[in-house]
Design a protein around this ligand. Structure first.
Ligand code: MSP
Length: 510
């Protein structure tokens, strides 16, 4: 059975920013972990290309919406390649096959009796592409996210009978694994408890969208269209788009990873739409927090938006991945601070892990003929570091399964700290002076090198290229297919040649 992992389909009103990069890197780590676990993963990302926001952006640039979408979606693809993102699919909602699937989806929802014509009035935020709950008489209401005055709308729309799904959505939210982390659950549960209102799924003032079959002048509301994009993504170019094919294409065990801003759409509207169209419900929705920069919300108007590409050029992929996944609790808001970033990378990766590996392989090469020494066969599995490693592997797996990347990363560093402490306390450089200690030293050095191997393996989904460098330093070429079975303490072969050590992670300049 496949596991489908999705990022949001990002709006193409602008090129990728640190927020979209953050979500995509997190999904990439999760997808890599699941693949290493032996699961059949379909990792989906893509872009949301319709709606008023995109139409207006193209207008301002004086180009056609399609040309604008072509340009920005290429930027997204290029960016994800630069970051080494391992998505299996990239969906563009302006593609023909997506259009067809949206029409089929609508047909199913209509056949379920969930569509009717009605009048929609309200304050609309084009930035969010969403109606906001302000009374008619409110003077110049602003969107709390975009800080822009809302637009009053009054038009005939098609509505989806969300209210019909009240009970089922309540039940879904009671499933403890559906909406994570727990902290996000209250907000949505309260929203649902207040009673679900039907929502409009078409617009009559929008040209840049998919036409609603049978309703001249109506185009689909961008969110109705975009959410179906998760389904279209699974179909390959050559497939004749059909909802019936989804089962064979990997639509099962679906995990949507999103920011907290779009929780309602994913945890309430989308499941109801799936129920209506007879599509299997997503298994899990994870709503992570928002990033700020040096304590301030990032925004174009403030002029403090962090360009991910600039970060990548200055610090490299390894450093940024580690910072985002280790320093920021996945689920909570996080603040990007340059000094903290540099300190974290230097402490964790260059010192704690890099130096540990460097000094241990130097000692091993010097005392044991440039090889991994022999372990003590009778009791190496009871060694302090063997126990620490087993505990770490157990916790790490638990955390990664729950998308708790910060805890998984922390557990790796704790293991490296334990190995550093062990070296400092046992001081093999003193013990080796007495020839009687050679076997003890050999076993200790073996265990520290073995701990480095475990660290190299565990860090793989989080920082793949550092993982390869750590393992190469131990003379190991990682085979992804044997990752899981390699995570057994004692897997390092004694007698293996150790290459001349070079730093696996350079220190960042202040
Ligand atoms: N197009 C919709 C999603 C449709 S999904 C079928 C959309 N697009 S978006 O471009 O606005 O992307 C929103 C997502 O980008 C957030 O949910 C989050 O994943 C990411 N982020 C955008 N800004 C962010 C931060 N400042 N911090 C963290 N992530 C943020 O909504």
């Amino acid at each position: 059975m496949a596991t489908t992992i999705t990022t949001p389909l990002y709006y193409v009103n602008d090129k990728p920013h640190l927020g979209s990069t953050y979500t995509t890197i997190a999904c990439d780590a999760f997808a890599r972990f699941n693949r290493l676990e032996g699961k059949n993963v379909v990792f989906v990302t893509g872009v949301d290309e319709h709606g008023q926001k995109i139409e207006r952006t193209a207008d301002l640039l004086n180009i056609s919406p399609q040309l604008h979408c072509d340009q920005v979606s290429s930027e997204y693809k290029r960016n994800w390649q630069l970051w080494g993102i391992t998505n299996d699919r990239f969906i563009r909602t302006s593609s023909k096959r997506h259009h067809k699937l949206v029409e089929q989806f609508f047909q199913r929802v209509q056949d379920s009796g969930d569509i009717y014509l009605g009048r929609q009035q309200g304050w609309y935020c084009v930035g969010c592409e969403e109606y906001k709950d302000y009374p008619r008489e409110t003077e110049e209401p602003q969107c709390s996210i975009h800080k822009k005055v809302l637009e009053w709308r009054d038009e005939e729309n098609l509505f989806f009978k969300l209210s019909r799904y009240q009970k089922q959505i309540e039940n879904l939210l009671n499933d403890k694994d559906f909406l994570l982390p727990k902290s996000r659950k209250n907000e949505i549960t309260n929203f649902v408890k207040n009673g679900l209102n039907d929502f409009s799924i078409s617009r009559t003032n929008l040209n840049w969208g998919i036409e609603v079959p049978g309703y001249k002048g109506h185009t689909f509301y961008v969110w109705f269209d975009a959410l179906v994009g998760y389904l279209s993504a699974l179909l390959q170019e050559e497939d004749e788009p059909h909802l019936d094919r989804l089962k064979n294409c990997g639509w099962s065990n679906v995990v949507h990873v999103i920011g907290k801003d779009i929780l309602r759409f994913h945890a309430v509207y989308w499941p109801a739409m799936c129920l209506s169209a007879g599509i299997e419900l997503p298994k899990r929705v994870f709503g992570h927090g928002f990033l700020t920069r040096e304590g301030q919300k990032m925004g174009k108007s403030i002029g403090n938006v962090l360009d991910p590409e600039q970060l990548l050029t200055e610090f490299g992929e390894d450093a940024v991945r580690w910072y985002l996944l280790k320093d920021i609790q996945f689920g909570n808001d996080g603040d990007f601070q340059r000094q903290r970033f540099i300190d974290l990378i230097n402490n964790d990766l260059a010192n704690t892990i890099g130096n540990l590996l460097n000094r241990t392989s130097t000692m091993s090469r010097k005392w044991f003929n440039e090889k991994v020494p022999n372990r003590n066969e009778t009791d190496f599995t009871e060694h302090h570091l063997a126990k620490e490693s087993r505990k770490t592997i157990y916790n790490y797996n638990k955390y990664m399964e729950r998308l708790e990347f910060h805890k998984a990363s922390e557990s790796i560093i704790d293991l490296a700290i334990a190995a550093n402490c062990y070296l400092n306390e046992t001081a093999p450089w003193k013990l080796i002076k007495d020839n009687n200690n050679i076997e003890i030293v050999a076993n200790d050095i073996y265990m520290v090198l073995e701990t480095c191997r475990i660290i190299g393996l565990l860090i793989n989904p989080i920082i793949p290229s550092l993982s390869s460098r750590i393992l190469l330093q131990l003379g190991i070429q990682l085979e992804s297919s044997s990752w899981k079975s390699s995570l057994l303490v004692g897997g390092l072969e004694s007698g293996r040649n150790l290459p001349i050590p070079t730093p696996v992670m350079s220190k960042l300049e202040q």
